[in-house]
Ligand binder design. Structure first.
Ligand SMILES: *Cc1c(COP(=O)(O)O)cnc(C)c1O
Length: 354
């Protein structure tokens, strides 16, 4: 397949944001997007063209049955160079999501090539101040116009990108998070490990109740016993105990985060004991009182590492590390952000120059 490129004439391009440090997440998009279609059992028409609204039949299957998946990754521009962080892992995870949702897989190398081309095309849009980046959203939707519950025969895959400011504009402030034992996010055998659209729709009511209670996110518990910690709606979670860094195992109900995987690798290289094991909410709640829980943090592309300073669970508040950012949390954040920006020693081969 040949990638077709149709550039927007310079006079018709949008103005770039003036202050990238104040850019909210996910609300500014660039001049171009990548698209590719699937029909007759094959992908065709790969193209970089103008960013524009999609034309969809109202019977398009994604609009009725939720057959849609996405990815989230970032490009970083520092000292005139542009970097992607573990992009192949994102595309491979897209394929894992596709398999679960009976959608077609993409060719990893081809899509990576097209993504690099898109990022090069939008180079001038990538901010280079600390904490800023270009957010990348690959998306696949079922577009066959057909009512009836079965897998679609036609798909659209597209990639949109947009500049984003720092996740923590006011500094590395610990989050307050609500633990939900009222709603659940995913069950074993379900689609929790897949970045499929319905997972996020299902999280919204819990998210709203958390926000009404002054919390920024929900920490989900397992669907069966409502006892073991799973993850938040956008981040995996880690607990630092006295002599151990623990994170819930990949049992099919949580998203296999690339940041999660990176944290585990780095922490092991730092000679920390890292255990992928079930951690109950009681172990955490009691640990905040006894002092056994030293630090709690989230890991995901949007924030990289987000310190968690307080949990609200069954109407009670549990403060972690005195509500301050812990040392390991900060060290991991510094190490990962340096790597992502091409500033660290990349002994893992995670960084890809564009
Ligand atoms: C995307 C996502 C994460 C984080 O994954 P990364 O690859 O680290 O960005 C964690 N949990 C959920 C539910 C997610 O959607």
């Amino acid at each position: 397949m040949n990638l077709k490129v149709e550039l927007v004439p310079p006079v018709r391009r949008k103005p770039k944001p003036k202050d990238p440090l104040k850019l909210p997440f996910g609300s500014t998009f660039t001049d171009h997007m990548f698209t590719m279609r699937y029909r007759n059992s094959e992908w065709s028409d790969p193209q970089i063209g103008p960013y524009q609204p999609l034309s969809l039949d109202p019977a398009a299957m994604c609009l009725h049955y939720g057959q849609g998946i996405f990815e989230g990754m970032k490009a970083y521009r520092r000292a005139g160079k542009v970097y992607l962080f573990r992009p192949r892992d994102n595309i491979m995870r897209l394929n894992d999501s596709a398999k679960r949702m009976v959608m077609p897989e993409v060719d990893v190398d081809f899509v990576l090539g097209c993504l690099k081309e898109l990022v090069k095309t939008e180079r001038d849009w990538i901010p280079d101040l600390p904490g800023t980046s270009l957010y990348i959203r690959p998306t696949m939707i079922a577009v066959e116009p057909k009512l009836g519950v079965r897998a679609s025969l036609e798909y659209l895959f597209y990639i949109i990108v947009g500049p984003v400011g720092p996740y923590f504009p006011e500094g590395f402030n610990p989050l307050k998070i609500m633990v939900s034992d009222k709603y659940v996010r995913a069950v074993r055998g379900g689609v929790g490990f897949s970045k499929t659209m319905g997972n996020y729709a299902a999280s919204l009511l819990g998210g709203k109740e958390a926000s009404d209670a002054g919390c920024s996110q929900v920490l989900w518990l397992d669907a069966i016993e409502r006892k073991y910690v799973e993850e938040t709606s956008t981040m995996n979670v880690f607990v630092k105990f006295d002599k151990e860094l623990a994170t819930p195992p990949l049992d099919g109900t949580i998203l296999p985060g690339i940041t999660r995987h990176s944290v585990i690798r780095i922490a092991k290289d730092w000679n920390l004991t890292v255990n992928e094991r079930r951690v109950s909410i009681d172990e955490i709640a009691d640990g905040t009182k006894s002092g056994k829980v030293k630090e709690l943090f989230g890991a995901g592309t949007a924030a990289t590492i987000a310190p968690i300073g307080e949990l609200l669970y069954q109407g009670k508040s549990y403060v972690v590390s005195g509500g301050k950012t812990g040392d390991l949390t900060r060290r991991l954040y510094d190490e990962l952000t340096a790597l992502q920006c091409g500033e660290g020693k990349d002994k893992y081969g995670w960084v890809v120059s564009v």
